[in-house]
Design a protein around this ligand. Structure first.
Ligand SMILES: [Zn+2]
Length: 248
């Protein structure tokens, strides 16, 4: 079967002498992995199209006998090369891409998530700080995939929020009594819980622009905790983000 779809490159690794193993997140088929033959040769027909974050029109052949497809063409629609030229943007984009790559199954179509990823990558060309782009993306990403953290009541005892001194537990908020004293539950400010709820309900442009105060610094930790819980370990890109922070 030969198929065509809009897709973003979310992973790209050398394979053998001259090929590449490429992971795409596509509008019509969800996550797809495929082999691009001779992609690493000089004057390859793929040129630089298979770089991380690139949006393009993918033409692939699916034999039905393998999980991997054959990548026939990938024509760039938007290269998003400014993302790769700026370490801070790249670090945040890497987290967004890791969320999509790790929280979705292969061939599980989710057009809204594809639209969100493209919108997020496009926002790096705008004036907003890269961390804010990742926050706005992260809130909507966990929501779209049905993994929103529970913030309306304590996840252990059901006590309705608001209560004083909330902490972040496994998948949601914990009350003071349930957050083990001396345990590893992360304290979370009521301002951050409020900001998360507001970010869900406003438009994308408002989510990029609204003032967040001190929640701006806490929201990435809340989102990362949620994603790390779902994939079973911290994201690799947060380690990259910390390394970038040390350089800046
Ligand atoms: Zn409780």
């Amino acid at each position: 079967m030969l198929a065509k779809t809009a897709a973003v490159v979310i992973g790209s690794f050398p394979l053998g002498e001259s090929d590449r193993l490429v992971t795409f997140y596509s509008r019509d088929f969800g996550k797809i992995r495929g082999v691009a033959k001779s992609a690493r040769r000089m004057r390859s027909r793929f040129g630089s199209a298979l770089e991380l974050c690139t949006l393009g029109e993918l033409v692939f052949f699916d034999s039905g006998r393998s999980e991997l497809v054959r990548v026939d063409h990938f024509d760039i629609t938007r290269p998003f090369d400014r993302v790769r030229e700026n370490l801070e943007k790249l670090a945040q984009a890497a987290w967004m891409i890791e969320c999509v790559a790790r929280l979705t199954a292969e061939r599980d179509r989710h057009a809204a998530l594809f639209g969100l990823l493209v919108r997020g990558l496009r926002a790096f060309d705008g004036p907003r700080p890269p961390t804010r782009v990742a926050i706005a993306f992260g809130v909507r990403c966990v929501e779209a995939l049905g993994h929103r953290p529970r913030l309306d009541a304590c996840i252990a005892c059901g006590r309705a929020y608001p209560f004083p001194r909330p902490a972040l537990g496994d998948g949601g908020v914990l009350c003071e009594a349930c957050a083990r004293p001396g345990g590893d539950a992360l304290a979370i400010s009521p301002a951050t819980i409020g900001a998360f709820e507001r970010l869900r309900s406003v438009s994308w442009d408002e989510a990029l622009a609204m003032p967040l105060g001190r929640a701006e610094a806490e929201l990435p930790a809340l989102l990362e905790a949620q994603v790390a819980r779902l994939i079973g370990h911290p994201t690799r890109s947060t380690k990259f983000q910390r390394e970038v922070q040390r350089l800046l």
